[in-house]
Design a protein around this ligand. Structure first.
Ligand code: ADP
Ligand code: MG
Length: 232
């Protein structure tokens, strides 16, 4: 489905929060590298999709009503066998039905388990004065506790992208701290510019989060995505 259709379908269903799968599809079309992800609607399909992807895989709840998926027991990582996948499927649906009995469940998303990398975040929100603003920072606890992030007004220039990465306190982690491999920072700059372009071309996008993106010495991949549309 092309981007326009993804947005129109969500709207026609009265939703302004896209699912992770929809958000990833949109961003993939914008040239952002996202981890292979597919919706499955039965245990059999979850298992067969996992086998097609190859183990290890990740399962996640796919519901527009569950925003923080792991808090709700809706994420299972590192599944290595069909049996583990089957059990994870049951566990996820049980946990969600207990915590969100009213949630509309589209199914479970099956994803390749991405290899570990440095977790970064790219986000966009709209400022009343400046309009869309792009945020970059280190992901995980570093963003939540230290708020180690930088901001630029969209549309960004190459120089903005360059500077905002280097501005964060945690930048040495990206340069390869204590023997760690350095991250491909040029690739992150491109990624930031792609997200900036995507936001420029889709003004109905109200909010966006790629959290986390795993950054590597040879590229980067987003493993979670969230897109919120303007109301109406
Ligand atoms: P949420 O933010 O809704 O709780 P995420 O999709 O971000 O859920 O998953 C929670 C965490 O699980 C991520 O921060 C990441 O560390 C890990 N994770 C998620 N998807 C993958 C994946 N495909 N491969 C490897 N790790 C993943
Ligand atoms: Mg996340």
């Amino acid at each position: 489905m092309i981007g326009r259709q993804i947005i129109d379908r969500a709207r026609s269903q009265g939703r302004h929060v896209l699912t992770e799968i929809e958000a990833k599809e949109l961003l993939k079309q914008a040239g952002v590298s996202v981890v292979d992800t597919k919706l499955a609607t039965s245990k059999e399909e979850v298992i067969s999709t996992s086998q097609q992807f190859g183990f290890p895989v990740v399962l996640k709840i796919a519901s527009p009503d569950v925003v923080h998926k792991s808090d709700a027991g809706g994420v299972k990582l590192g599944l290595r066998t069909a049996k583990q996948v089957g059990k994870a499927y049951d566990d996820i649906l049980r946990a969600i039905s207990q915590q969100y009995p009213e949630a509309k469940i589209q199914g479970v998303s099956v994803q390749k388990m991405a290899r570990p990398g440095v977790e970064v975040i790219i986000g966009m929100s709209k400022d009343v004065h400046f309009g869309p603003v792009l945020m970059f920072g280190l992901g995980g606890v570093l963003v939540e506790i230290l708020k180690d992030v930088s901001f630029r007004i969209i549309p960004l220039t190459q120089r903005d992208a360059r500077e905002m990465i280097r501005e964060i306190k945690g930048y040495p982690l990206l340069e390869g701290y204590r023997g760690q491999e350095p991250v491909d920072v040029a690739n992150l700059e491109e990624l930031i510019l792609k997200v900036s372009n995507f936001v420029e071309q889709n003004p109905e996008v109200e909010e966006l989060d790629l959290n986390p993106i795993f950054a590597y010495s040879d590229g980067a991949v987003a493993v979670d995505a969230r897109v919120v549309l303007e109301e109406g």
